[in-house]
Every structure is written in structure tokens, then in C-alpha cells.
Design a protein around this ligand. Structure first.
Ligand code: ADP
Ligand code: ADP
Length: 218
């Protein structure tokens, strides 16, 4: 399904001359639950930003079903390719209700339609339908994280990619998030997660370790 082929990334203004990501290959198949662990600075965010298209690799390609993603426009990827991302520091819009926050990515992508039923489904999935009309400042950190997951599920993605989805959460909330990922995976969405949260490992079907830009299966 999603394939990273020989991805290398050098930063122009890097403090050292080693690549942040070094000849990385990875295949994400249907129903996968892949966790990428590794210390801070090992290249996880760089790799995930390349997959999202935020960063261009120095070498290598990202392909979905054999089609190179870099040649597609973002909107096309969103619409046709069904990959969804939860990146770090991606916050909800404070002046909009939860419901409007869930619509927002669809709106940006130019998708029109009545999504009330889908809003209900994803909020029930994350256990927060009660918050449909709330503003983000009324919600706790753990609830906001689950709303961000709900938002990422709006378009029924085939692959959900999340960068450090349990960072800064206490154990109870981290476990809620991980159980939610398990449920999402059981319902058929492939997961690719970057984490240094060891608690994620028992939930994963395969674990990769990133170290100094190199990715290896554990
Ligand atoms: P991780 O997500 O595993 O913490 P990063 O991908 O953020 O790792 O960083 C990998 C390496 O790339 C680090 O050495 C970091 O200092 C470097 N790096 C990250 N972003 C930049 C940037 N914008 N410019 C230069 N170097 C960067
Ligand atoms: P994390 O490890 O939590 O992903 P980082 O602390 O590595 O985050 O990076 C935070 C931000 O700083 C990112 O946008 C990254 O691109 C940038 N960054 C990281 N390292 C460097 C660096 N050596 N030079 C310039 N920018 C960097």
C-alpha cells in the first residue's frame, strides 16, 4: 500500500554532516499497526514530515499503490488516497466548536456534503459525542487528543499516521488513546505511529527502531 523507497534527507543548515534520515525503506500494508521508536533527534519527525509532504526528501520516493505521492497535489492525496495525519502541535481552532473543527479539513479540501452523521460516528468512536458543540478550551488535554484523532478519521482513511500521539499525556489518557488506536486498527485502518512511549509496543503488530537516521525492524 504505502511504500517508502530509499528515503534520505540532508538538512541544509545541519550542525552535522550526517543525514537526518538515511536510506530508509518501509512498506505499510493493509491492517498494519507499525510503531517507530527511537530517541529524540533520531529522525522520526523528519521521516514523518516527508511522508506528509511537508518536507522534500533529498533522495527516494514515497508511493501509494505504486503512485508516487510527490507528483500529486495535497488535495488529491487527501481525496483519493485516503491517508490521514495527526502531527505534533496540530491544534484545534479555538473559535470553532468541536463539530466545526471536524468539518474544517474537509472544507479546506473542498469536499462538500452533509457530514453530521460522520461527525456523530467519529465522536462516538472516541467517546466524546457529548462534546460536539463544545469549544476546545472547555476540554482537557486527553480529550483534545481524542478529538484530533476523530478529526483525522472523518474521511475514513485507509492509513492513519500519527507523530507522538501520546506525548504529554498521563497514563490513564495515554492508555485511552492507545486503546482507541487498537479499535481503529481492528476496524481496518492501517496505522503508522512514531513514539518514544514504550507502552505503545504491546499494541503494535510490528516495531521499528530509528537510530541516527537508520530504520531497522526490531
Ligand atoms: P526526532 O523526531 O526523532 O526527534 P528529528 O527528525 O526531529 O528527530 O531530527 C533528526 C535530526 O535532524 C536531528 O539531528 C535534528 O537536529 C536535525 N534537524 C531536524 N530538523 C532540522 C532542521 N529544520 N534543520 C536542520 N536540522 C534539523
Ligand atoms: P521533536 O523531536 O519533538 O520532533 P525537535 O525538537 O526535534 O522536535 O524539533 C522541533 C522543531 O525544530 C522542528 O520543526 C525541527 O524541524 C526544528 N529543528 C530541530 N532540530 C533542528 C536543528 N538542528 N536546526 C534547525 N531546526 C531544527
Amino acid at each position: 500500500m504505502l511504500e517508502l523507497q530509499n528515503i534520505t534527507k540532508y538538512y541544509k543548515h545541519s550542525v552535522n554532516s550526517n543525514p537526518a534520515v538515511n536510506h530508509v525503506n518501509l512498506l505499510v500494508k493493509e491492517k498494519d499497526f507499525i510503531s517507530v521508536i527511537g530517541p529524540s533527534g533520531s529522525g522520526k519527525s523528519t521521516l514523518f514530515h516527508i511522508i506528509t509532504g511537508l518536507l522534500k526528501p533529498s533522495e527516494g520516493i514515497v508511493a501509494l499503490d505504486g503512485k508516487e505521492l510527490t507528483t500529486l497535489k495535497k488535495k488529491d492525496i487527501f481525496l483519493a488516497e485516503q491517508i490521514s495525519f495527526i502531527m505534533q502541535g496540530q491544534n484545534l481552532l479555538t473559535n470553532f466548536t468541536v463539530e466545526d473543527n471536524l468539518y474544517f479539513p474537509l472544507y479546506l479540501a473542498g469536499i462538500k456534503g452533509d457530514y453530521r452523521e460522520r461527525v456523530r460516528e467519529v465522536l462516538e468512536l472516541v467517546g466524546l459525542y457529548g462534546a460536539v458543540s463544545s469549544y476546545p478550551d472547555r476540554l482537557s488535554g486527553g480529550e483534545l487528543r481524542r478529538i484530533a484523532i476523530a478529526r483525522a478519521l472523518m474521511q475514513k482513511p485507509r492509513i492513519l499516521i500519527a507523530d507522538e500521539p501520546t506525548s504529554n499525556l498521563d497514563t490513564a489518557n495515554a492508555i485511552k488513546v492507545m486503546e482507541l488506536f487498537r479499535k481503529i486498527n481492528e476496524e481496518g485502518t492501517a496505522l503508522l505511529i512514531s513514539t518514544h512511549d514504550e507502552r505503545f509496543l504491546p499494541y503494535s503488530k510490528s516495531i521499528y527502531r530509528m537510530e541516527m537516521g537508520n530504520l531497522a525492524l526490531l
